[in-house]
Design a protein around this ligand. Sequence first.
Ligand code: NAG
Ligand code: NAG
Ligand code: NAG
Ligand code: NAG
Ligand code: NAG
Ligand code: NAG
Ligand code: NAG
Ligand code: NAG
Ligand code: NAG
Ligand code: NAG
Ligand code: NAG
Ligand code: NAG
Length: 727
Amino acid sequence: MKHLYPVGLFMLSCTCLQLSAAAPARVGISREAEALVNWKASLAGANKSLRSWSLANSTSLCRWWHVSCDLAGHIRKLDLDDTSLNGTLDRFDFSAFPHLKILILSQTGLHGTIPAGIGNLTSLVELDISSCPYLRGVIPRSIFQLKHLAVLRLIDLGLDDMLPEEIGNLTNLQELDLSMVTLTGSIPQTIGMLVKLQVLSLVGNNLTGSIPMEIGNMTKLQTIYLQHNNLEGQLPGTISHLVKLQDIILSENQLLGHIFPGIWNSSLLRSVDIANNNFSGMFPSSICVGGALTWIGAGYNGFTGLHHQTFQNCTTLQIVDFTANNIVAELRDCLSEHPGDLTTMAFSQNQLYGTLLTDQGEDFFRNRTYLSLIDLSNNALQGGLSNCFWNLPDLEFMDLSSNSFSSVVPFKTCQDNLKYLILANNHFRGTFPLGLKKCKNLTTLDLGGNNFSGTIPSWLSMSLPKLNFLRLSSNIFDGIIPHQILQFRQLQVLDLSKNKLTGPVPDDFTNFTGMADSIYQYHNGYRVQIHIVWKNVDYVYDLMIAAMAGIDLSGNSLSQEIPDGLTTLLGLRYLNLSGNYLSGRIPKGIGNLVLLESLDLSRNQLSGEIPPSFLSLKSMSTLNLSNNELSGRIPMGNQLQTLVDPSIYSNNPGLCGFPLNDCMNSSTPDQNETGQAEDREALWLYCFVAAGFIFGFWLYWGMILFRSEVTKKIYSCILFFQAKSNV
Ligand SMILES: *[C@@H]1O[C@H](CO)[C@@H](O)[C@H](O)[C@H]1NC(C)=O
Ligand SMILES: *[C@@H]1O[C@H](CO)[C@@H](O)[C@H](O)[C@H]1NC(C)=O
Ligand SMILES: *[C@@H]1O[C@H](CO)[C@@H](O)[C@H](O)[C@H]1NC(C)=O
Ligand SMILES: *[C@@H]1O[C@H](CO)[C@@H](O)[C@H](O)[C@H]1NC(C)=O
Ligand SMILES: *[C@@H]1O[C@H](CO)[C@@H](O)[C@H](O)[C@H]1NC(C)=O
Ligand SMILES: *[C@@H]1O[C@H](CO)[C@@H](O)[C@H](O)[C@H]1NC(C)=O
Ligand SMILES: *[C@@H]1O[C@H](CO)[C@@H](O)[C@H](O)[C@H]1NC(C)=O
Ligand SMILES: *[C@@H]1O[C@H](CO)[C@@H](O)[C@H](O)[C@H]1NC(C)=O
Ligand SMILES: *[C@@H]1O[C@H](CO)[C@@H](O)[C@H](O)[C@H]1NC(C)=O
Ligand SMILES: *[C@@H]1O[C@H](CO)[C@@H](O)[C@H](O)[C@H]1NC(C)=O
Ligand SMILES: *[C@@H]1O[C@H](CO)[C@@H](O)[C@H](O)[C@H]1NC(C)=O
Ligand SMILES: *[C@@H]1O[C@H](CO)[C@@H](O)[C@H](O)[C@H]1NC(C)=O
């Protein structure tokens, strides 16, 4: 947060030439030494960091640690940055330092308040009190009497205050940084009196109200940082007077309305970030008048259009982010005339339309050799993808998901840098794109939600060895799952669900070691996110990947048994094989998957008992075994006890035990043996009575016999008799 400015901070005091008043100076100097020593005495354990501060040493005051003097021998600078001091400023006699120009109390560990006496430092030019979160209270108003102040930094303190009108008295200020000090209230109009100000930073406070139009009076301003506040209202048009402006960051406020065209009038402008506000209307044109702009962040607003000339002359732009606006535009209209090297382009969640197949599309991309990120997801783009997309040597990330692209991906080549390719939710058709074979550095491939058909190529794992996310779900792929798919070493997410795949689930998972560690994926500060709806929840891949490894083969026509090999994937957290024709037993070793959170085997033809090792699935929070032919007692205990919804076992005629009905005919001994024996005796008695009832009164109560309640009990008696006679 510190800035270096070529301002007169280090003004040498010329009083050194007037040494005639030597004797009074000596008195002043000893008073300074005394004041420091007295203050030191009030601090706990300061002997180490301030050891040289001693009256025995007072003749060499200027050699004391953290102290520098002017030529007359007065303390000119006191820099206690990063000393661990335990105490307050209460005993600091500010009036002893009339010559002090620079006071730095950053990261000192001081607590208490900033005393009003600080206003006695009448020569002060630079005051920096930062990163002392235990300093509380208000900004003493006496600070606003320090006429010579050029730099005022109060950053990351525990204050609770407003920004007072008196700020306008500090007319010599060049840098004002009051960030993260919990200022409330609005920015006073008097701030416009700071006509020498170059840096204004009020980040991360709780400022409300609008940005005063007097801001336009501070014509020397180069930097405005007002992000993370609650500022509201429109941007004052007077910002166009700030012709020296280089960086303006207003993100995360509640600013709204249209932005006045021509507001960015500085030829020096480098970055504009107004993301996460409520701006609306057309985004102003001619943003690049100065030709220095590298970054526009305008995401998460309500902009509805880009002016024809918005990006004209933007030869230096690197990041353009208009994610989640409401921009309706034909892509080539707003972008094709921009001749610069955009390196990052994010226009997702807008209403961009048009095609990228046309000659104009080719124009747009042909010369952008440095383009490394393209996010045009969630728009209405259509047509095909021209070859120019695949010839961008620096492209690492391309997200074209949720558009209406239709024709087969045509490319024949793939550049080495491409790592993320997301083409999900379009209308692509045809076979698996052969050109992908050349994208050997791909880590993420998402072709889900299209109309791709044919078989899944067996070369995938050989040609794309770095893949850790592969989604081909919701297409019409058919044939078997090639067993080579198990040769992926880094794969963490394999989603082939909702296709027409047949044959067995491949077995040998020994090389499939990817269900392990992972990293957050960032791309030049742009967050790479993929949503996967798993466990009936919407996971965001980049956040969850560290904890996410899963296989989804649901909704196909896979048959035969669930291979034992699956139970060797110890990192697995999500497994969905639902909606296939799997038969045979659930593998005994399923309990090895101790991290498994979600298991869906529903809608298959699985039979036999639920293996007892289910009790080892201690992380499981979602389970579905319904619609199979499972039988026997549901294992009881541990995590399974928390899964109380009986529907997760429903439509398995032979299954019993909690949370389904008790197992009346169970011959499996268990720990509830005694309780069961008692139950049996009670049932004997009950059946005896019921039998008497039936045989004695059936003529009179015949109708009642057929009421479901009674018939059910009789039925269980019959079963019970059968069980007894079998023993
Ligand atoms: C006097 O100051 C010097 C450093 O300037 C220090 O090394 C020395 O220990 C101090 N002497 C005393 C008596 O504090
Ligand atoms: C500061 O000093 C007080 C005693 O004066 C002591 O109780 C406290 O633990 C000290 N705090 C730190 C952070 O050293
Ligand atoms: C020092 O500051 C205090 C509080 O602002 C004030 O009362 C006092 O008069 C000042 N002393 C000098 C010598 O300026
Ligand atoms: C300081 O600011 C206040 C409020 O803006 C004003 O009334 C006062 O005149 C100013 N004092 C000086 C010395 O400029
Ligand atoms: C900011 O102000 C809002 C509304 O007045 C309040 O709810 C919130 O707690 C404040 N935040 C801080 C950090 O003071
Ligand atoms: C300061 O700004 C206000 C509003 O923009 C304007 O009316 C006033 O004339 C300006 N003052 C000076 C001294 O420029
Ligand atoms: C833009 O700045 C120029 C000076 O560089 C100034 O003459 C002009 O009035 C400004 N335009 C607007 C709209 O303020
Ligand atoms: C772009 O630059 C040309 C040539 O310098 C200039 O004529 C044109 O007005 C500029 N366009 C915009 C929108 O700044
Ligand atoms: C784009 O590249 C072509 C050649 O590929 C070149 O003729 C043309 O001048 C370039 N256009 C720009 C604006 O750089
Ligand atoms: C796939 O093709 C069918 C038949 O042409 C069509 O109805 C369907 O909308 C297509 N799906 C997608 C995602 O394009
Ligand atoms: C498993 O996949 C099916 C569809 O393929 C889906 O309906 C179900 O919700 C998934 N199960 C879980 C637990 O996510
Ligand atoms: C279990 O799966 C069946 C069939 O796939 C589904 O209908 C049911 O809603 C699922 N139950 C739960 C609790 O998810």
